[in-house]
Design a binder for this molecule. Structure first.
Ligand code: GDP
Ligand code: K
Ligand code: MG
Length: 276
């Protein structure tokens, strides 16, 4: 069995450093189809399984604002990797977790890799991975890619999680009222427009349609009916939140992150020294 793992994270989160520690010699460098964005693949070392690691372009979100974002999300949607390794600069955790809340909508197993833990510990901050797992619904691990701390444990975790087939529980990111609107929209799409992006994960499809994501809308035939259903749902979200749809959705994601990080963070007086 050959497994594929996607390495996903913000620019400067330590992706290249981690990619180099996780892979051995069999490196393949090319371009993503149709674009001049570099694609790098390598085999994960020190594992009993046959696992290819694919380095995706560094991105802040799965919005279609840049070629890097489009390349990354199309790969994740169309090539369905067995696992996402989501590298997170833990010294800048809230901003980095924004992408994680979007990756969660893609029905793919995820490991959250808290990198730069040497920097975090130096500040006297302790992060509770179990608490984060409880909030996000997928496991987290602490590493320092630069100091190569936690790499063996991460490889073990990848080896275990790459074979997992059971579905992840999706935590509730949006307030109940908004979740209800999203669920009604899902039901409507399934009933009235069953062919629209039917191969996409449900949570991703609904949010992107409601956001009127140009690249997603460009892939479908937009009937007046569908556009009316989308606009009606947008109105409901705007009424409930008091904001335009895009800011409302971003704001709810950040509130979820802030709460989760607060629950997982402890200020410790003494330097714990694991990652120094
Ligand atoms: P990329 O842009 O995501 O590929 O990130 P890089 O791997 O190029 O890393 C960005 C910068 O962060 C480099 O200067 C790395 O040496 C540094 N870096 C990566 N991992 C760590 C870490 O765990 N701790 C510290 N202190 N620096 C790191
Ligand atoms: K740095
Ligand atoms: Mg890099």
């Amino acid at each position: 069995m050959k497994y594929t793992v996607a390495l996903v994270g913000n620019p400067n989160s330590g992706k290249t450093t981690l990619f180099n520690s996780l892979t051995g010699s069999n490196l393949y460098v090319g371009n993503w189809p149709g674009v001049t964005v570099e694609k790098k693949e390598g085999d994960v070392k020190n594992t009993t399984e046959n696992i290819t690691l694919v380095d995706l372009p560094g991105i802040y979100s799965l919005a279609p604002y840049s070629m890097d974002e489009i390349v990354s999300r199309n790969y994740l949607l169309d090539d369905s990797p067995d696992l996402i390794v989501n590298i997170i600069d833990a010294s800048n955790i809230e901003r980095n977790l924004y992408l994680s809340t979007q990756l969660m909508e893609l029905d793919c197993p995820i490991i959250g890799v808290l990198n730069m833990m040497d920097v975090v510990e130096k500040k006297g901050i302790s992060l509770d991975t179990e608490s984060l797992e409880k909030s996000f619904g997928f496991p987290f691990i602490k590493i320092s890619a630069q100091r190569e701390t936690g790499i063996d444990e991460l490889i073990q975790m990848i080896t275990k999680n790459v074979k997992k087939k059971e579905k992840r529980q999706m935590p509730r990111i949006f307030p109940l009222e908004i979740t209800t609107v999203l669920q009604e929209f899902d039901a409507l799409i399934q009933k009235q427009h069953p062919d629209v992006l039917s191969n996409y994960p449900m949570a991703f499809r609904s949010v992107k349609l409601i956001e009127k994501d140009e690249e997603v809308l460009g892939k479908i035939s937009k009937s007046t009916d569908l556009l009316e259903d989308i606009n009606r749902t947008r109105k409901k979200i705007e009424t409930i939140s008091g904001h335009d749809v895009d800011s409302a959705i971003a704001d709810y994601r950040y509130r979820f992150i802030t709460k989760s990080v607060k629950n997982a963070t402890k200020i410790v007086r003494e330097n714990t020294d694991h990652f120094q």
